[in-house]
Write a protein that binds this ligand. Sequence first.
Ligand code: UD1
Length: 423
Amino acid sequence: MVKNEFPRIIVRRGAPLSGSVQVPGAKNSVLKLMAATLLAEGDFVFTNVPSITDVHKMAETLSALGVSSEWLGPHELKLTNSGNITPEVPFERLDKMRASINVLGPLLSHYGSARINWPGGDDFGGRPIDLHIAGLQKMGATVEESLYDIFAFADRLKGTNIELALPSVGATENLLTAAVYARGVTVIDNAAREPEVQDLCNMLVAMGADIEGIGTSRLVIHGCERGSLSGTRHSVVADRVQAATYMAAVAVAGGDITVRSARTEHMEALFNLYARMGVAITPQRDGVRVTSHERLRAVDVITEPYPGIATDYKPLLVAMLCVSRGEGTVTETLFPGRFKYIEEFRRLGASIAIYGNKALVRPVYELIGNDVHVPDIRAGAALVVAGLAASGETVVHNIHHIDRGYDDLVGKLSGLGADVIRA
Ligand code: UD1
């Protein structure tokens, strides 16, 4: 059979979903954990690693810097930092990942300099990195920005007090990894509290770092001697966005499923919201049972930093609102430009109006299958979810975006009985 060079996902409405699905480790954690291997010589073994293209890209970037990788199993990755590191990302590695900026903090703090390319990532409008840079400067780094790259250097970073204007996930992570080898104590106030940031903190502590306040908005990092951290073994925290995706799938398609390994304590706000929409949620020993038998009820939602409703859940919520009873709204507070995908929902017959940073979703009789084009990872998954509730056939194009962050979305949905194929 000839392999399609531009594969698509084809979805049809089918029977209610049933069975169970396993949630893998989080993209937004594993990439940062991988970058942190630049902080210490030795072996790192990561388990619960998602099989996604961004992990392979990050492994390639690390390999260009001097960290080698070896798959020990489908979800077990060994990275080895043998100490022979070149702290410059080659220009030709124009990473399309946001997380590529996460090598900055470790390189600078351990090797005294770092040259990195401007980070890519999903296009949600402007995604500045001023907070990363201002924080590093406050720690004593000189940062030179050019059209092509960012070059930062510091003989040795020094601990200081940093108050972030916004609880930025990426800035918190970069400053945290920079601070582990700084001279003295670094305090990061208004730090991001996301489970993925906590996961990074936990790994750094296992490597020998001294961090207080993990999971709070004040992180206190006592710098240790350069090079004193060591390799470790770490299981990547479960991906709450992938868990939310399978929950949204059963919410719109109906049925009764178990989402295994979902970390229920990380998803409380979302569980409450789904429950208000009419989805029954029962936390279990290793995950959560999710049932949906009626038409969903519309709600008004505002995205917020953790522990609020994450911006990454938003396209899924839009998909659910499209098939709900009544009018609902989703207000975006983090990335005002994150509404590009609305046009694709409209192609399925959805009635959505945008007012500034708010999407008003009106009820329609039904969604109707059509060709849609994926603009980013989460919107892509949400379009597949919407296809589960649409009449006819929904053909999802540009699915390489989905592959960046989803570990076999099609296989997992098929395993739940959904009529979905990759062709
Ligand atoms: C990460 C996640 C992304 C998620 C986002 C918010 C990764 C790879 N990506 O992105 O999926 O949607 O957190 O949970 O983990 N900001 C500034 N200046 C900065 C940095 C950020 O103004 O220097 C602003 C951003 O424009 C945005 C807000 O802060 O409005 C939050 O961004 P941030 O938390 O940094 O997101 P990312 O780390 O890029």
